[in-house]
Ligand binder design. Structure first.
Ligand SMILES: [Zn+2]
Length: 490
């Protein structure tokens, strides 16, 4: 479903302009199931005046741009002018001017792997609270994994999220389930997903174990031009495991998860991809596209590296917690529950391999796997513990602190990992700094020193190992949907 907003009192709103923002009544129109435009109510919309983003460091790897410049955005949220260099744009009293010297203006960050828990587990997170956390972290859009309750395995679930997304400050893309109820037994309706604008399918959280179902998923996904996102885990090896198997799991007396589990599922999938390509069993016009979620081991990275060299359409993402922490950090931590996730924090060697993969281009994207849980579900690292941690509010800062500041990647490559590549992988419209384009930016202060505290957190949940950790770099705000949303406390 698409929503179109039409201002009721547009001319009146224009005539009372020259304040910092305008409140107008918008009529909401929605496409019904047969594509007709129907009136569904009114809503108060805030429209900003023209904004001039003055003298920012503009970075967009897609345009090979990393240069000082100024961007003017109309009150409709469209880029009117871009000038590079020291030249500034003259502002009238009606324009809001943001002096961004020392700040970065980047295409809006996009997180391709989030769990917002709605419908079904709203006590952990809702579409609204998750969106607030995302906006605070500098994201103008996220892709939601389908493992809600119920699982998003039909167009109805997709429509539910799209309906609620229109009123939120960021874009919510929906990833459809790969199999019905993510049980790995019967494929979900890929064709219907496609007609509802879904671009990717995944059974994140419960990797498909059955090779025949996986093969069928590849074939149908290629028919409907859907990306397959795989959570790689061989469950017969990981069943009952809590943390990475090794010295530290032994010392803590916790059941281990052997790190080879990830590469076993990935190997099978890549073998199937090669087989289908070799025998031309996929759609002749569309080759299968495959994306590895939250990659965490050297063995898996080596497989992706080789697959890319061989020309397979394979991409992968890493989470900030996997490139920042290892199982030794869990061993020393007080709140061990906040260090428990799948795949588990791995060995120091695996973490170093991830840094190498980020530097050499094997890793395509940084994604948070934002997985909120209530405190009581994370209290102890027992077999009852809930897997996963939140990440939207610390992702950008950890990227700058752990990767850019330590010279693992450049700032431009960081923007590629956090914005350009995830959008490309998800087949979303590229964001450009050019007149006529829709303004969709993240403003980044690369030098801000700060910490995430329990009372400043926007997510409904606080299950993160990064609370009170000194961080460098943060989002100062986002500009999206015609609105400037400045971050608190910046
Ligand atoms: Zn997962």
């Amino acid at each position: 479903m698409r929503r179109i907003r039409m201002p009721n009192h547009f001319h009146h709103a224009e005539s009372v302009t020259r304040q910092s923002c305008l409140s107008i009544i918008c009529r909401i129109f929605t496409h019904n199931a047969v594509g007709e435009l129907i009136f569904t109510g009114t809503q108060n919309c805030i429209r900003t005046m023209s904004v001039i983003f003055q003298q920012a460091r503009i970075i967009n790897p897609l345009q090979h741009v990393d240069i000082t410049g100024t961007v003017k955005v109309s009150d409709e949220g469209i880029i009117e002018e871009v000038v590079y260099g020291e030249e500034t744009l003259a502002a009238s009293s009606a324009d809001r001017v943001l002096d961004l010297r020392g700040q970065i203006l980047a295409p809006g960050l996009f997180d391709m792997h989030c769990h917002f828990r709605e419908p079904g587990q709203e006590y952990k997170e809702t579409l609204e609270s998750g969106s607030k956390a995302a906006a605070a972290g500098g994201f103008t859009g996220v892709a939601l994994m389908p493992n809600t309750k119920p699982v998003i395995d039909s167009p109805l679930g997709v429509a539910y999220i799209r309906h609620h997304a229109t009123a939120l400050p960021i874009d919510l893309e929906v990833i459809g389930a790969m199999t019905v109820a993510s049980k790995g037994e019967h494929l979900a309706p890929f064709g219907k997903f496609r007609s509802y604008g879904v671009t990717a399918v995944s059974d994140d959280g419960s990797a498909i174990q059955n090779s025949q179902i996986t093969r069928l998923a590849f074939e149908y996904a290629s028919n409907f031009d859907l990306l397959i996102i795989q959570h790689c885990e061989e469950r017969s090896l990981t069943m009952g495991g809590i943390m990475n198997e090794g010295l530290f799991s032994t010392q803590l007396g916790l059941k281990g998860i052997p790190d080879v589990s990830e590469a076993i599922t990935l190997s099978r999938d890549l073998l199937l991809m090669r087989y289908l390509e070799q025998h031309k069993l996929h759609d002749p016009l569309r080759r299968p596209r495959y994306h590895v979620a939250h990659i965490s081991t050297k063995a898996a990275l080596d497989l992706v590296r080789k697959a890319k060299q061989d020309g397979l359409q394979v991409t992968c993402e890493v989470t900030p917690h996997h490139f920042t922490l290892c199982d030794e950090d869990l061993f020393h931590a007080e709140m061990k529950g906040n260090y428990i996730m799948k795949p588990p924090l791995s060995s120091r060697e695996n973490r170093e391999a991830l840094l190498e993969g980020l530097a050499d281009g094997t890793i395509d994207a940084i994604a948070t796997d934002h997985a909120p849980h209530a405190s009581h579900e994370k209290e102890s690292p027992s077999d009852q513990v809930a897997f996963g941690i939140t990440g939207l509010e610390t992702s950008l800062a950890l990227t700058i602190t752990e990767l850019v500041d330590k010279k693992v990647v450049s700032m431009s490559r960081a923007i590629e990992l956090l914005s350009v590549n995830p959008r490309t992988i998800m087949r979303l419209k590229p964001l450009l700094f050019a007149p006529g384009e829709t303004a969709n930016f993240t403003i980044i202060d690369p030098c801000a020193l700060w910490s995430l505290t329990a009372d400043s957190i926007k997510s409904k949940s606080t299950n993160t190992p990064f609370l009170n950790r000194p961080l460098k770099g943060r989002s100062r705000g986002i500009f999206h949907k015609g609105q400037l949303l400045e971050s608190d406390g910046v």
